[in-house]
Design a binder for this molecule. Structure first.
Ligand code: BES
Ligand code: MN
Ligand code: ZN
Length: 536
């Protein structure tokens, strides 16, 4: 095989240095400060002393600009030289009246699915702080500020604010020359608060989680000539082994021996060798069954012989975002030392047209024994997942299995770039996942599974076919296909992240491009539903 490209999916781009300082922490002379604008049009209590020193300039700016103290606001105030500071940024910290609410509100009124109400109002305030941090990062970078001293009162809000800034700071820049890399942006975030000890410890955890998000984004951002199954495996090995994750991979021969004809059929048109990446983290009791995370890793999806149109095909470099989310989540989970057993599995292939590629009407057999009639070679993700899911459940006997995949364009049509679809055979698992998603603002909406849709996948020539129903319910039939390979005893959920893995515009927590959707959600799910409950 060719020489591997160097340092694929480098995550060093996340280089915002965050420090917490006690009350005595103070900006150097000529420094830049950021101060919360209180609700009610006044300076927040944490910043009264500073405002007094500035002869009330901050309070007047709040009035003049009509600031409401809500997350998303950030206004610059030039300060006189005698102040010993250069500039102040007034920022909002309180929950905005409408932003994050719609999802929750709609969910509460919806009759199906029934979602639990937001667990606590404090969740909303920390989410607002996260947003405030992201907006501050963006605003300060745009204003050429490289170091800032941010006054925050509450330690928990301070940690969330720092997390928001950190998540927003990552940008894929590996392959640009000079200018963009050297562009001025915020590099040092100093946070002034009362209790630095808990904040510093808490933030360490969040930083570990954020690194997993960055890794996922880096994997997704890399172009397919650099990131292909073999280099994906190499990157995972390089980053995860030092964290105590056992990384291995089944190669083509080993998969052939296991009968993985579905995955191998997709890969056979590509010169890149396919791999089944296996990442094992054991932080829980030796006897406890693991959670299995399974990702679709189609490093590039041309559609195969059922070739996609040229326009927009370049987007299919992110067709491995499910595998990236799983790999990033393994980094987060291991990096923060979770007390849980988790295995991550990624089916890594490239879907290419070629003289040797599989044809529409080919019949392949999966490791589970089911035969599959391939009517459209562009419905390849489900073929890859069929064997990956089978492997996960047979080899690891998981207590729960969650797959993530950019599986269908129909998902983008249905839910756009806000919610991802959640298909599950378990009310409990979907409730846990929806709750975790809400907490980290990676929203899931439960979608149906039903025997009616399942029948649409019956084939005349094999046990199942890989498309069904024309344009009807495309995301549901894809999920039904997957369910045929899942043991009914295993709580399983399929997250179709086709619409949320890549963003064409900057969002609160992400710059343009790869979002890392799923990493924080999976980490949160493990923390709330596996570590906590597992200890009982
Ligand atoms: N990777 C695509 C789905 C996709 C589309 C992801 C847009 C992200 C954005 C998947 O492999 C695919 O091609 N699905 C087909 C299925 C069809 C042939 C039944 C689709 O959605 O059109
Ligand atoms: Mn496809
Ligand atoms: Zn695909």
């Amino acid at each position: 095989m060719a020489v591997l490209p160097e340092k694929v999916a480098d995550i060093s781009a996340g280089d915002l240095a965050v420090r917490f300082h006690g009350r005595d922490g103070a900006p150097p002379s000529g420094g830049v400060i950021a101060v919360p604008a209180g609700a009610n049009g006044r300076v927040a209590s944490a910043a009264r002393r500073i405002d007094a020193r500035l002869d009330g300039a901050l309070g007047r700016a709040i009035t003049a600009r009509g600031l409401k103290g809500r997350a998303g606001e950030a206004v610059e105030v030039m300060l006189p030289r005698e102040s010993g500071l250069s500039r102040a940024f007034l920022y909002g910290l309180a929950a905005p009246k409408t932003t994050t609410a719609p999802g929750d509100k709609d969910n509460k009124t919806a009759t199906f699915p029934k979602n639990p109400p937001p667990s606590a109002t404090e969740m909303t305030t920390t989410q607002a702080a996260e947003r405030a941090g992201a907006v501050l990062y963006h605003t300060l970078s745009g204003a050429n500020v490289e170091e800032v001293w941010v006054v925050v009162g509450d330690a928990r809000l301070a940690v969330s604010l720092a997390e928001g800034a950190l998540l927003r700071s990552w940008e894929f820049s590996l392959h640009t020359r000079g200018s963009r890399k050297e562009r001025r942006r915020l590099r040092r975030l100093n946070i002034v608060l009362n209790d630095t000890r808990t904040a510093t410890a808490d933030f360490k955890q969040r930083e570990a989680i954020a690194r997993g998000v960055f890794f996922a984004r880096a994997l997704v951002s890399e172009p397919p000539n650099r990131l292909y199954p073999e280099s994906f495996v190499a990157a995972a090995r390089r980053e995860l082994s030092p964290l105590g994750v056992k990384v291995s991979a089944l190669d083509e021969k080993q998969m052939r021996r296991l009968g993985m004809g579905a995955l191998l059929g997709v890969a056979q048109g590509s010169v890149r060798e396919p791999y089944l990446l296996v990442m094992e983290y054991r932080g829980g009791a030796a006897s406890a069954a693991p959670v299995a995370l399974v990702g679709k890793g189609v490093c590039f999806d041309t559609g195969g012989i059922s070739l996609k149109p040229a326009g927009g095909m370049e987007e299919m470099k992110y067709d491995m975002a499910g595998a990236a989310a799983v790999t990033g989540a393994m980094m987060s989970i291991a990096g923060r030392g979770a007390r849980a057993n988790v295995v991550g599995i990624a089916g890594l292939v490239e879907n290419m047209p070629d003289a040797g590629a599989q044809r529409p009407s080919d019949i392949v057999s999966s490791a589970s024994g089911h035969t599959i009639e391939v009517l459209n070679t562009d419905a390849e993700g489900r073929l890859v997942l069929a064997d990956a899911l089978w492997y996960a459940q047979t080899k690891f006997r998981p207590r729960a299995m969650v797959d993530l995949a950019t599986l269908t364009g129909a998902m983008v049509v249905a839910l756009g770039d806000f919610y991802a679809g959640c298909f599950s055979n378990s009310d409990e698992l979907s409730r846990d996942l929806l709750r975790a998603g809400r907490a980290v603002q990676e929203r899931l909406w439960r979608m149906p599974l039903d025997a009616h849709y399942d029948r649409m996948m019956d084939s005349r020539a094999a046990d199942v076919q890989n498309i069904g129903g024309g344009r009807m319910a495309g995301s549901v039939t894809a999920a039904q296909f997957l369910q045929r390979f899942v043991d009914a005893q295993v709580p399983w959920a399929h997250l179709d992240i086709a619409g949320v893995a890549w963003s064409k515009r900057a969002l609160a927590a992400t710059a343009f491009g790869a979002t890392g959707f799923g990493v924080r959600l999976l980490d949160r799910y493990v923390r709330e539903s596996v570590e906590r409950r597992g200890r009982r």
